[in-house]
Design a protein. Structure first.
Length: 255
């Protein structure tokens, strides 16, 4: 083989490899992620499963699958077959709501123990889920991915009255946590209970169950919703996938 032929062959191989890399990157961005799954097919489509681009999902009666793809979130109800091609026209308001969920939690401290600029409902309200994926739900617990270890926010659903609880780390450190009436948010007491990657904690309070919390510190945080959800799936942060699922709206069969 001549030198010219060798150079040509290397150029072709390099081009194919580059194209393959671009295709893989595009496919990764276009894939769908299961953010919630219930029904007979839940074992086949578990929470956190990544589906390839343009995948077809076949559901049985009683199935309810919430997926996130490049077009946003939606709920698929069986029986039926659904193409995850990202071409569905979604409600713009729902898309904006999802975007607000995944914005990194602001880290400003306030004397009340909440977070400045974070959205709060009326003081008598009780929310079913956090309005940010970065809040740690002390009513349910679970594994949580942390964007900023200096500004982890504890969230409670009932903010009508004062609240209190105790945060205990596996290393023995502990701290009392108190909410003022009307507040749903409280900064993690990092001075007393350090935020450690992979560490397990428990939160207990007089009016609710004791829950287990596990933290996973992220080296970096993606800017796109799909990429954020992918990080949650990779790290088993299903509690945060649940928050994304709550933003989804049902779609008609076939959609």
């Amino acid at each position: 083989m001549s030198l010219a032929d060798t150079k040509t062959r290397k150029a072709v191989v390099a081009g194919l490899m580059a194209a393959g890399c671009l295709f893989s990157a595009g496919s990764a961005l276009a894939q769908a992620i299961v953010v919630r799954s219930t029904g007979p097919s839940a074992a086949e489509y578990p929470q956190g499963r990544k589906l390839p681009a343009n995948a077809s999902v076949t559901l049985r009666a009683g199935d309810r699958l919430t997926v996130l793809d490049k077009a946003g979130t939606r709920v698929l109800s069986g029986p039926g077959s659904f193409a995850l091609n990202g071409a569905i026209n979604r409600n713009e308001t729902a898309g904006s709501a999802l975007a607000s969920l995944t914005v990194r939690t602001p880290g400003a401290r306030v004397r009340t123990g909440a977070v400045r600029g974070a959205p709060l409902a009326a003081s008598t309200a009780e929310a079913n889920a956090p309005d940010s994926v970065w809040y740690v739900d002390v009513s349910k617990g679970g594994t949580f991915c942390v964007a900023d270890p200096t500004a982890v926010v504890l969230w409670r659903p009932n903010r009508a009255s004062e609240g209190a609880g105790k945060l205990l780390s596996a290393d023995g450190s502990m701290a009392d946590v108190a909410w003022k009436a009307g507040s749903a948010l409280k900064l993690w007491p990092v001075a007393s209970v350090p935020v450690v990657d992979g560490q397990s904690y428990t939160f207990s309070n007089p009016v609710g169950p004791t829950v287990k919390i596990r933290l996973k510190l992220l080296a970096s945080v993606p800017s796109e919703d799909m990429a954020v959800a992918s990080v949650f799936a990779d790290n088993g942060c299903n509690a945060q996938l649940d928050v994304i699922a709550n933003s989804a709206a049902p779609q008609a069969a076939g959609g």
